[in-house]
Design a protein around this ligand. Structure first.
Ligand code: NAD
Length: 340
């Protein structure tokens, strides 16, 4: 039996998760839900994704634009086993009341919602097993996902004493033309930035502090990470861990990938849909270990990094795979990001 999935919110994250669900042989995309008419309603129609609307009040807008609508959110939820909420920050909280009306419906929220919306804040590498059989799960944000992936892979081999990370955040996604800054760097003044506590919602025993600076770019974030461990390690050993970890891609100096622009070009050249790079990008030469302290950079494609985690969250909630490695392997194969 296939798990029946509804995607509520067909924006940056929702449209990618919908594509990913379509690629799973054990899942069925019941439909995608839109609140406001826009070109993407017609895209959903063209892709053959059944289109539902959040409320019937603006049905006329959709019909006037020539969109074919199957019904409302409630109609879609009646047929679903799980709803993936990919609506804007804080809208998901209001939607929780709607989802709870359906006794057997499970729900996944994204990182724009607070941790207390769900039973578990989730990252596949870091705490897959915690989401097994759960009804309500939150897939953490793009930055938190990338931090959890690399921290969890090192944590499997070493005792981590302390992590400090400085995050250079993209100011907006490429399509968000009204957001800024466009010519300024803006530090997050409250320290730690929200990312550190968010990592602890997944990895409660990791002592992490974070700072963040918003930068006028739309492509990716970059993290500078300083991690103290209790044992001796070499840069080669840490590199090997990252090379063997799923969803971490290593780039070398002679690849001539000097920054985020070439990383996105690289993903485009690989033929990745939308130029998505769902893996953490780590530079080999940008990684070092000095006095039991690991230093590394990682770049994060905010638009796509959480997509595989949403598929793994469904796997865990329906106990389709009992362990993280089997789930990650299956997800990565279907999404074309497997290392093997
Ligand atoms: P988005 O604005 O691109 O998409 C949200 C979509 O939901 C839009 O199409 C909007 O019209 C629609 N919408 C608004 N109200 C709705 C409602 N009541 N019902 C149904 N649809 C509604 O947002 P996004 O960037 O995809 O973010 C979604 C979630 O994912 C947020 O929690 C965000 O924090 C998180 N997230 C975003 C990114 C990112 O970089 N974009 C990365 C990781 C996680």
């Amino acid at each position: 039996m296939k798990v029946k999935v509804v995607i509520n919110g067909f924006g940056i994250i929702g449209k990618r998760v919908a594509d990913a669900v379509k690629k799973q042989s054990d899942m069925e995309l019941i439909g995608v839900v839109k609140a406001h008419q826009s070109y993407s309603a017609n895209i959903a129609n063209e892709l053959g994704y059944p289109l539902y609307i959040a409320s019937s009040t603006n049905k006329e807008d959709f019909l006037k634009a020539g969109s074919k609508i199957e019904g409302t959110l409630d109609d879609a939820l009646q047929m679903a086993d799980v709803v993936v909420d990919a609506t804007p920050d804080k809208v998901g909280k209001a939607n929780a009341e709607i989802y709870k009306k359906y006794k057997n419906l499970k729900a996944i929220w994204q990182g724009g919602e607070k941790a207390d919306i769900a039973e578990v804040s989730f990252n596949a590498m870091a705490n897959y097993e915690k989401a097994l059989g759960k009804k309500y799960v939150r897939v953490v944000s793009c930055n938190t996902t990338a931090l959890c992936r690399s921290i969890a892979s090192i944590k499997e081999h070493y005792n981590i004493k302390e992590v400090n990370a400085v995050i250079v955040r993209r100011a907006a996604d490429p399509s968000e033309t009204t957001k800024g800054p466009i010519n300024s760097l803006e530090p997050a003044l409250h320290i730690p930035s929200h990312h550190g506590p968010d990592v602890r919602s997944v990895l409660p025993d990791v002592n992490i502090q974070t700072m963040a600076v918003k930068a006028p770019t739309t492509l990716m974030h970059i993290h500078s990470i300083i991690m103290k461990i209790n044992e001796n390690a070499s840069a080669e050993e840490i590199l090997k861990i990252f090379e063997n970890a799923p969803r971490i891609r290593i780039f070398k100096e002679n690849d001539k990938i000097t920054g985020t622009a070439e990383l996105i070009e690289y993903a485009r050249d690989l033929g990745r849909a939308r130029g998505d790079l769902m893996e953490n990008a780590v530079w080999k030469e940008g990684l070092n270990v000095v006095d039991k302290t690991i230093y590394y950079y990682q770049a994060v494609h905010q638009e796509s990094i959480v997509v595989p985690e949403n598929i793994d969250a469904i796997h865990a909630m329906f106990e389709m795979f009992k362990d993280k490695n089997s789930s990650i392997k299956s997800t990565d194969n279907t999404l074309g990001i497997s290392k093997n």
